[in-house]
Ligand binder design. Sequence first.
Ligand SMILES: Nc1nc2c(ncn2[C@@H]2O[C@H](COP(=O)(O)OP(=O)(O)O)[C@@H](O)[C@H]2O)c(=O)[nH]1
Ligand SMILES: [Mg+2]
Length: 211
Amino acid sequence: MKILKAAYIGSYHNLEDAPKEILPDFAFIGRSNVGKSSLINMLTGRKKLAKTSAAPGKTQSINFFEIESEKDGNAYYWHIIDLPGYGYAKRSKSDRKTYRKMVDDVLRKRRTLVVVFQLIDINVPPQANDIENINYMGGLGIPFVIAFTKVDRQKTKKNAERYFEWKKELLKTWEEMPPHFMTSAVGGEGREELLQFIAGTIDDLRSLKKI
Ligand SMILES: Nc1nc2c(ncn2[C@@H]2O[C@H](COP(=O)(O)OP(=O)(O)O)[C@@H](O)[C@H]2O)c(=O)[nH]1
Ligand SMILES: [Mg+2]
């Protein structure tokens, strides 16, 4: 799938202010600094679309992007939702509450949300807050897939070991490993696969006449 246009629409603190539910939404969630903004830039091929930062905890609002892409002569229009990151230690209790409400609203109320990309840094062992978030989404019945990030930072063998740690962890609660992708915003790994997945998801919605 080829990206033709990618535009920042806006940043929202309340779902009520967000763009109308007219396009399929693909949301990105994960710990602060996991590489959400970088992955969005990598996917869209626009280096500065989403703001990236070396300092965690910056994205405190829900950012929307509108994407126009093309595959086999067909046009695809969709939204990317960059959700605020969780697990930022320096956040106050009231900020945490605001965070939860913002994310909950998107996950529970947004009718055009089709799938959530759960980002996981493959360079660190399975983290409790990631597992918590996965189980939370599972409990709500939200369709999600996993995008392991930053695969360029360590050896392939180490990535494989981490993958199996995650698999072991997830098979405690899931019957099978959720769909997953290996990605790097630096090397571009996983880009084609993710875009194919998005196109395929939109194709499915079309054949079901949902859009
Ligand atoms: N080596 C490497 N670093 C990355 C990758 N993706 C993000 N980073 C770095 O991780 C930090 C956080 O990235 P960012 O996209 O802002 O994370 P966010 O908080 O989840 O949006 C930045 O310093 C990025 O340069 C990647 O694929 N490989
Ligand atoms: Mg970000």
